[in-house]
Design a protein around this ligand. Structure first.
Ligand code: SF4
Ligand code: SF3
Length: 531
């Protein structure tokens, strides 16, 4: 195996024996195989035009290969078989014959055969030129990240023909030997543009279904009673859990990226949505062992479960781990029954933290914010957002938030905020100094806030007193970066380390065009940002 798609890539270069994330070589080969199959399917999907079944499958297939989603060989094998069926169907429906090894792809009948085939479709086969390979990988990872957001939007009934046409076009393009470096740079920038549409689509899907988030205090302690802990990004699944647990004497807690659910009127109305338990994904093994109730993942980031809680752990949607019970569809009865069987949580009230500062809430007090900037009460905004992870260098983000001067405001989003969201930041004239905009996909909201501020001050986003300090871990962070590049946003600081899939030449290109750079020390970076 060779995989370097996330920030945990072994030795900063790539996992080649087994994944640091827990991905085994057979699963890695099957994921590479599935990706190859999706490209084969895309060659025909491009000819066929929009087909709901193929488009839906493409999204699920790509999302299944995102870091910390699907660790189960048999499930990926089933996806490969389904991919082949759809490709054959598309070929017939399109009435065209395409020649070449990608179009001719046919998986073996058994899992071992599919693994062997997958081993021949690894990263090194993307292109002979390492810089082109690097940009093809950036594009591919962007597509994976965008597929994750599209999946949530599709679950809430939204789709977009132009975006889906792009998915197929871009997947097919990665197999085109006639394309060069700048073609893939162009496609990567287009990926960023399409992702802005997708994040907007998901934002509309969320706010249509659950209303605009409102500032909400979230309890971090526990309430006496039986409980289910929900981890992941999917709000529709959260709603179903809340509906199905109503009146059953089961409290529901959020974990990780589910924290912002508390801000949505359509979800917070459930009085048994009682609080948030634990921090970001990388602490799950320790924290879940201490959570006596049932636990369910609806998206990344699952890790190898400890035996102490495997029996009360469930997966849903595209998430899977061998030996962990999977809920197919929308009936969560087994999870609820498990929660009722498990010991109750004690009454143990704790600290409260604030969430729910989507663009609607922040721009609702825009006059106050603008006046505070004009009076000098707010000198600078920092967007400190992105993924969390296990590396010790991620303390940078805690230190950064701690050292942000008292006349600055921190916007945050995604799971990286767990590094500092329990600290006391106070407020500036009633405006909290730490504003939790939401999940990683709510980067859309942060962009709306930045664009509105730029409009109010009649300047460009790059001219605002706003600096972005981002942390990355998986492929959703990659596509968000592409979106920020598409918007022409410059001077982003990225950490804790730069991606292993970026070659020195590609990095130079990004530095020259966007002045993106690695985080250094908090003091030096803060000084540069505050000018
Ligand atoms: Fe390694 Fe990350 Fe790939 Fe897992 S997803 S195998 S940790 S690079
Ligand atoms: Fe976190 Fe996995 Fe990326 Fe949605 S949940 S940001 S790491």
């Amino acid at each position: 195996m060779f995989c370097n798609q996330c920030e945990q890539a072994a030795n900063g270069t790539g996992c080649n024996i087994s994944g640091v994330c827990g991905k085994k070589p057979d699963v890695a080969a099957l994921q590479d195989h599935l990706l190859y199959g999706l490209k084969s399917l895309a060659l025909y999907a491009v000819k066929l035009g929009r087909n709901a079944e193929i488009d839906r499958f493409t999204i699920e297939g790509l999302f299944s290969t995102v870091t910390n989603v699907d660790f189960e060989a048999a499930r990926i094998g089933d996806l490969i078989k389904r991919c082949y069926e759809l490709k054959e169907k598309a070929k017939t429906a399109a009435g065209v014959t395409i020649t070449g090894p990608v179009a001719d792809w046919k998986p073996a009948d058994d899992l071992a055969g599919m693994v062997a085939q997958g081993e021949a479709h690894g990263l090194s086969t993307l292109h002979v030129n390492e810089d082109i390979r690097s940009v093809i990988e950036i594009l591919t990872l962007g597509l994976k990240g965008m597929a994750a957001y599209m999946d949530h939007a599709m679950i809430l009934g939204k789709t977009d023909d132009e975006v889906m046409a792009f998915f197929q076009k871009a997947l097919a393009a990665t197999t085109d030997a006639n394309l060069g470096l700048m073609d893939f740079v162009g496609l990567s920038m287009e990926c960023g543009k399409q992702n802005l549409t997708v994040m907007g689509l998901l934002n509309t899907a969320h706010t249509d279904a659950y209303g605009h988030p409102v500032p909400t205090q979230v309890q971090l302690g526990t309430k006496a009673g039986k409980a289910i802990l929900v981890s992941g990004h999917d709000l529709k699944m959260m709603e179903e859990i809340l509906k199905q647990t109503e009146g059953k004497g089961v409290n529901v807690y959020t974990h990780g990226e589910m924290l912002p659910a508390h801000g949505y009127p359509g979800l917070k109305k459930y009085s048994h949505l009682v609080g948030n338990y634990g921090g970001a994904w990388q602490d799950q093994a320790k924290e879940f062992a201490n959570f006596p109730g049932a636990i369910i993942f609806n998206t990344n980031c699952i890790q190898k479960p400890a035996e102490s809680y495997t029996d009360r752990l469930y997966t849903w949607g595209l998430v899977a781990w061998p030996g962990v019970k999977h809920i197919d569809g929308w009936d969560f009865t087994p999870v609820i029954n498990k929660a009722l069987e498990c010991p109750a949580l004690p009454e143990n009230p704790g600290q409260e933290i604030l969430t729910g500062f989507g663009h609607n809430a922040v721009l609702g007090v825009a006059d106050k914010v603008i006046a505070a900037v004009k009076s000098g009460a707010i000198k600078h905004f920092f967007l400190v957002g992105g993924c969390d992870g296990a590396k010790s260098g991620r303390n940078y983000y805690t230190e950064f938030a701690e050292k942000a001067p008292k006349d600055t405001v921190i916007l945050t989003l995604a799971c990286g905020k767990y590094r500092f969201n329990k600290l006391e930041f106070g407020d500036i004239g009633g405006i909290p100094r730490l504003l939790d905009v939401g999940q990683c996909n709510d980067a859309y909201s942060a962009i709306q806030i930045a664009v509105a501020l730029a409009g109010a001050f009649e300047c460009g986003v790059n001219d605002l007193p706003l600096s972005m300090v981002l942390s990355w871990y998986e492929q959703k962070a990659v596509v968000i970066l592409l979106t920020l590049f598409h918007l022409g946003i410059k001077n982003i600081k990225l950490g804790p380390t730069l991606p292993a899939f970026i070659t020195p030449n590609v990095l130079n290109f990004l530095v020259e065009n966007f002045n993106v750079g690695p985080i250094t020390t908090v003091d030096a970076d803060m000084k540069a940002m505050l000018g």
